[in-house]
Design a protein around this ligand. Sequence first.
Ligand SMILES: [Zn+2]
Length: 295
Amino acid sequence: MDINCPVCKQKNINNFRIVSSIYSDRFYRLGTCPDCGHIFLLDPPDKDNLERVYKEIYNYQAHLAIEKEKRWRFRRLKQVLGKLVPLDTEILDIGCGYGDNLKVLKACGYLDLSGIEVNCLAVDSCRDDGINVFKGEFNQWLISGGSKAKNKPACVILSHVLEHVGDLDDFFKGINIFLGRQGRLILLMPNTASTTVRLFGRYWGWWQPPVHLHHFSKASVAELLKAKGFKVDRLFTRGADSLFLLSTILSIFRISPSRRIVSALERIIIRINSAIFRYWLFAGNEELIVFASKI
Ligand SMILES: [Zn+2]
């Protein structure tokens, strides 16, 4: 097959895998790069169809139902954050959602915080909470002059964002424009080398086609960061959030949400699930966390 690996540009993609998710009414094909191990969606929908999935099916509200768990998870990175990211750093959270990471950072003493988010409800919620957020895509933010250098250290957070990015090369060009030299990058994303991938196979809750286009392992993210001019400072794994488990169960039973609004009963189920299964964080290895810095 004549498709290049988006990370290392190797051509002989093999080891195909068929996956499904709550966001798809059909199975999708993933290919694996034999060199760097990167896994990616071979047959993504076109731009219009993908936009339709985000608009009509992708469930932002489910994330809102576990906001406490999200902050609890991000707070656990406090120690490593304190060692690697000085308090006077300008921090940009791309795809900040409802601003959970930024709220944790504010409580830790970081002052120069902003976010970028496409979802209107999430943007409104951030603004209600006094968070400085740009509504739109990262490239629109760059064009609008958001990247003006402030002559101080800068850091970009991509929390469960990179797997949604279509063109990694183009995206990293923008990241490098903003970060310049010595900037830092914090990545959180699904880990395809996790134990539960073998257990759940095609129904693994974080495959999530067609919204997840890329799937990284420790090896492939290290390869990507090296190619984009970063050095890895810390690279580790921990368990998935509680939505991962629900997503896996729904995928196994082929249940797809037909609407984006979460009902009161569903919210209760999500919260009970969160109260119990958030502790999977200590047992699993589904989430990959990387702290990197520009060379
Ligand atoms: Zn590759």
